[in-house]
Design a protein around this ligand. Structure first.
Ligand SMILES: [Fe+2]
Ligand SMILES: [Fe+2]
Length: 299
């Protein structure tokens, strides 16, 4: 049973991270559908805005509550997020609420903050609304994936990526469900590690597949990272050893450095690819989030 303080803080941190992730998934769907898909584009946009509203609320309550660790992890925003949003929004013509990002840069931690029962109720309600909205998002993502697999729509996101973003949404759903019972999701060490190691490996594959064919060195690095995570998944299933945490940590630091360099390179127009800067920053934040989880697991 989580204490009131843990319930509030963990809820805020989980929502800060995942509500942004969700609204960006919807932005990627919105901007990768073809103009003929007016209804689906409109639906992606509405769902994106719903998550922006939820995120703006979370940011409002997060000040002081968020932990120093979460704040310093660069999983909420990175130093690149605002610029990546501005450039990606300009290049696609699709809207992103950068006021939220600016407010996130101003967030501070306060070890002496007070966790009232009023705040507990507010956060409980926010979690419930996020949960309900998330269910709609999952249904939408699965619909888009099914249409893509039936070749009824043309979308410039790989089916694997559509499946990947559904999996991330379902993982978030499980956390919200557990939080509403004042618990954390029950998962074995390998289930947790393999979820994220699969995610990291797929990021390597997506980056590899979206780089220009002439970017040979970067493509090779992305491919090697993908392979490294694939092996970690197999190893955890076979051996289930604690040292997988350390190995995962090292691999994730490596992919984090790679993604950070890629984000900088894309923002400065130094890499040939079909990767929007915001997607690079998005996967960088996911690596930063996983790194914070790994460091907690190590303790
Ligand atoms: Fe994602
Ligand atoms: Fe991802």
């Amino acid at each position: 049973m989580l204490s009131r303080q843990d319930f509030i803080r963990i809820s805020i941190e989980v929502n800060l991270f995942f509500q942004r992730i969700m609204k960006e998934h919807l932005f990627f769907i919105e901007t990768n559908l073809k103009p003929v898909e007016t209804a689906n584009i409109a639906e992606a946009k509405v769902l994106k805005q719903s998550f922006e509203h939820l995120l703006a609320e979370t940011v409002h309550y997060a000040n002081g509550i968020i932990s120093e660790d979460a704040l310093n992890s660069n999983e909420i925003v990175t130093p690149y997020t605002l610029r990546a949003e501005e450039i990606t929004s300009m290049l696609t013509g699709a809207n992103l609420n950068t006021q939220i990002t600016k407010a996130e840069y101003e967030l501070t931690a306060d070890p002496n903050c007070y966790f009232s029962d009023w705040l507990e109720n507010v956060i409980d309600d926010l979690n419930r609304r996020s949960y309900n909205m998330l269910k709609e998002v999952i249904t939408f993502k699965e619909k888009i994936l099914a249409l893509a697999l039936e070749c009824k729509i043309f979308i410039t996101l790989y089916p694997e990526m559509l499946e990947h973003i559904s999996r991330e949404a379902k993982y978030y759903l499980e956390i919200l469900k557990a939080l509403q019972d004042r618990k954390l999701p029950k998962q074995t060490l390998c289930e947790e590690l393999n979820f994220w190691n699969n995610i990291m490996g797929e990021h390597g594959e997506f980056i590899d597949g979206m780089l220009d064919p002439t970017e040979k060195n970067l493509k090779e690095a992305a491919e090697n990272l993908a392979e490294k995570f694939e092996k970690l998944v197999e190893e955890c299933i076979k051996t289930g050893e604690k040292q997988i945490i350390q190995k995962s940590l090292e691999a994730t630091e490596e992919i984090r450095d790679f993604k950070r360099a890629a984000t900088e390179g894309l923002l400065n127009c130094k890499i040939k690819s079909i990767i929007p800067p915001l997607l690079a920053d998005h996967v960088l934040r996911e690596a930063n989030h996983y790194l914070r989880l790994l460091k907690m697991m190590k303790q």
